[in-house]
Design a protein around this ligand. Structure first.
Ligand code: HEM
Ligand code: SF4
Length: 598
């Protein structure tokens, strides 16, 4: 993984001590609340429904075991519900007692969040993070946020080129870029080098897809203006092929034009997707003109030299113990109980091939009953760190789907890894199955939520615990957001669930047929609404009705059943909508309306 330079380390440490000084001045009354607020936000400290929320940047999702251990310490020693003065909090949608604490949370943007760290401990936490080169800079605010990537970057077998050196170059260019510190709205870039898009690039402000042209040169397909929220928009391809060394000059043009024309007058229209949608070709032409200006007038200042790419690439060190054909491991191979049906399924679902045929890429599942999707306790983070050390050259990756990947696992050590991950509850064989849901914190933590998402995901998971059934249902993306901001990416789900507010009550809108742009789901697109929203208690019934419909109409080819999304596309939405609306119980009277609304 990337080796930070002394400059990076020093910078993060000095930023942490600068933050301590700011915090102390605020505590002493020398900085007013409104003066401190932007300073804490610039370091990732939001204040939510009950307590501060800290968002930590994890560049392209890469974590080493030392970082995992520091996250474990923070979860254990600082993420305490009871250390907050909750008497001042507005409980709103959630009941305080049931809320998880002492956890870190993996997000869809490959970051990590904590929900309960009191502000008076924030400087101590920043120092701890800085000790392992971590920080929360640019995890908030209208700037270029952390660039995300494929969780299998650098090891995936379907990779055209490793996107991490370019992601790292983008990180260096975008962090604290003075011209782009106050954009009309926040700005998110995703980059993938693989043919299968595991980074949902079409749903980002800028999506970069590495490809090779006919001459064998490496470049990018550039998409701009994707995003979810109130208006889901799939990014527009504005360049079919941009030579790789031009990426910063071109991004500079893309962001400059947005900075100039983005709708600062209206927060709901301020994202770049609205500009691209409204201006269409005019936006593209202007980017092209700006790019030409950068090339000819400014002298193409950000052209990346081969030498620079080589220098950064060399910092992504392939662990020495993982090079070449590996001799058999000295580790004792545990025997897996032949009655453990989870093991062969785990091999099939949670273990992916690797560029090095002696290695595998293994997903530790953080989707299990009793825990919110993507939540990891201090103990689990320590276990993940130990597993990373013993089986993955000390490295893990946060995935867009809120799990952790170990990218350097020896094939002969899979049984040993399985045995330990299983004992820790992290080996559920459910990757990309129904219970591997993407879920935002919703009304339990988020001040903007209309409804809770965590109890709904728990109820659905409860119902689908049977592994035979889960595997029979096959790959299905279920995503859930507590409000239209769409942090849980519900628009791109095969089955999406969105919390909506009606008369101050929690309701849920269900969508079908969305796609994140992966090979499984096909071209990126937003799902369609089933009908009027459902009561909380109805949601698991609705999911079941939709899935039963799938099972009754799907076709089989050999021993392979047609997937949910393929079936939905073949037969259309109607049978699914009808089944969903027939599952209404308490909102039954709304059903006839559904038929007309749909
Ligand atoms: C409680 C803390 C959170 C707050 C207050 C929050 C707030 C927001 C807001 C206001 C937006 C919409 C911004 C816009 O459209 O300009 C947004 C979008 C987003 N958030 Fe969050 N969020 C939170 C937690 C999370 C978490 C935990 C995740 C990941 C699981 C997440 C992932 C995202 C993503 C991916 C988007 C972009 C959706 C898009 O494509 O437009 N957020 N968030
Ligand atoms: S989707 Fe809404 S409820 Fe969920 S985290 Fe984002 S802002 Fe909060």
């Amino acid at each position: 993984m990337y080796q930070y330079t002394e400059f990076d380390k020093q910078f993060v440490r000095s930023r942490a001590s600068q933050f301590r000084d700011q915090l102390e001045r605020w505590q002493a009354g020398k900085l007013a609340e409104e003066e401190f607020r932007p300073l804490r936000l610039q370091n990732g400290w939001y204040v939510q429904r009950f307590a501060p929320m800290l968002r930590i940047a994890v560049p392209y999702g890469e974590l080493n075991s030392a970082q995992l251990r520091v996250l474990a310490t923070i979860a254990r020693d600082y993420d305490h519900k009871e250390d907050n003065d909750l008497s001042k909090a507005n409980p709103g949608l959630s009941d305080l007692k049931s809320l998880p604490s002492r956890c870190a949370h993996f997000t869809t943007r490959q970051n990590v969040q904590f929900n309960w760290i009191p502000l008076d401990k924030s400087a101590d936490v920043m120092d701890l993070l800085a000790s392992v080169n971590m920080h929360g800079i640019q995890t908030s605010g209208n700037c270029i946020r952390n660039t995300t990537s494929d969780e299998r970057a650098g090891v995936a077998i379907d990779e055209v080129a490793d996107p991490r050196p370019l992601a790292e170059i983008i990180r260096q260019w975008s962090t604290l870029h003075p011209e782009f510190a106050f954009l009309p709205r926040k700005f998110k870039i995703a980059i993938t080098g693989a043919t299968d898009d595991r980074a949902a690039t079409a749903w980002h402000d800028v999506g970069l897809h590495v490809l090779k042209n006919e001459a064998g040169e490496i470049g990018f397909r550039v998409m701009v203006g994707g995003g979810m929220g109130r208006t889901p928009v799939v990014g527009t391809v504005i360049r079919e092929f941009l030579p790789w060394n031009q990426i910063l000059n071109y991004l500079e043009a893309v962001v400059r034009v947005y900075n100039r024309w983005g709708r600062r007058d209206n927060i709901y229209k301020a994202r770049i997707k609205i500009l691209v949608k409204a201006e269409g070709q005019r936006y593209i032409d202007e980017v092209e003109a700006e790019y030409q200006q950068i090339l000819t007038h400014d002298g193409a200042p950000h052209t990346i030299s081969q030498q620079e790419l080589d220098r950064v690439s060399a910092s992504f060190v392939v662990p020495a113990s993982r090079v070449g054909t590996l001799p058999l491991s000295a580790m004792p191979i545990p025997t897996i109980d032949p009655a453990d049906t989870n093991y062969p399924r785990w091999l099939a679902r949670n273990v992916a091939p690797h560029k090095n045929p002696a290695l595998r890429c293994v997903t530790l599942s953080f989707k299990r009953l009793g825990y919110s999707p993507g939540d990891a306790t201090g103990e689990q983070l320590d276990i993940a760190a130990d597993l990373a050390d013993r089986y993955s050259a000390g490295e893990a990756r946060v995935t867009h789907d809120q799990n952790l990947v170990l990218p350097w696992v020896r094939a002969d050590e899979l049984p040993a890894l399985y045995a330990e991950a299983h004992a820790a509850g992290l080996a559920k064989a459910n990757v990309r199955l129904l219970t591997d849901m993407i879920v935002c914190p919703g009304g339990d933590f988020c001040a903007l939520a209309n409804a809770r998402s965590l109890p709904i995901s728990e109820a659905i998971s409860q119902r689908y615990q049977d592994l035979d059934e889960l595997h029979d249902l096959g790959e299905i993306d279920v995503h859930m957001s507590g409000c239209i901001n769409s942090c849980g990416h519900h628009h791109s789900a095969h089955i999406g669930i969105l919390g909506v507010d009606k008369d101050g009550q929690e309701w849920y809108q269900v969508t079908l047929g969305g796609s994140d742009g992966s090979d499984l789901s096909g071209a990126a697109g937003a799902g369609k609404v089933v009908g009027p929203s459902f009561a909380a208690a109805e949601v698991p019934e609705v999911i079941e009705a939709v899935l039963d419909t799938y099972r009754s109409v799907r076709q089989s080819a050999g021993d392979k059943a047609e997937t949910f999304i393929d079936t939905l596309r073949r037969v259309g939405h109607d049978p699914f909508k009808q089944a969903a609306n027939a599952a209404r119980t308490s909102t039954g009277r709304a059903a006839p309306q559904a038929a007309t609304a749909a």
